[in-house]
Ligand binder design. Structure first.
Ligand code: FES
Length: 149
């Protein structure tokens, strides 16, 4: 059994130590907001927070989590910065197909918690690793900048 702190709750899962965190979240805990895109840490769709840092959960073994808190998109609005990003996302009507959006939001929240008032160039650099096949990059940038005000 592996014990985890996920979205403020203690949970135990019976999985192999090398199981990717994304699998545990989606299959064991039924937290399906985090998405599987590439599976090789290249697209960002699976981004969650571990110990307050954005990680690509498709490539993050559950055994590496330890006692660090895990936060997923399902609980992001409980955080003031997360709530600000969520509100900006809705205001700017960011999603198109929506598949990459939870990863985009989790990356944006991590970024804004570390750099509360970024420049436009900072936002572009920070969000550049999260891919959006619909090309919603302008709205993503606008929402992140709005949430930083
Ligand atoms: Fe994890 Fe693409 S699914 S980075």
């Amino acid at each position: 059994m592996i014990s985890l702190q996920v979205n403020g709750l203690t949970v135990e899962v019976d999985v192999a130590e090398d199981t990717p965190l994304l699998w545990v979240l989606r299959e064991n805990l039924k937290l399906t907001g985090s998405k599987f895109g590439c599976g090789i840490a290249a697209c960002g769709a699976c981004t969650v927070h571990v110990g307050g840092n954005a990680v690509r959960s498709c490539s993050y073994p559950v055994s590496a989590v330890g006692q660090q808190p895990v936060t997923t998109i399902e609980a992001v609005a409980a955080d003031p910065v997360g709530k600000a990003v969520q509100v900006a996302w809705i205001k700017h009507d960011v999603p198109q197909c929506g598949y990459c959006q939870s990863g985009q939001v989790m990356t944006a929240v991590d970024f804004l918690k570390k750099k509360r008032h970024p420049s436009e160039a900072d936002v572009v650099a920070a969000m550049g690793g999260n891919l959006c096949r619909c090309g919603a990059y302008q709205r993503i940038k606008a929402a992140v900048l709005d949430a930083s005000k």
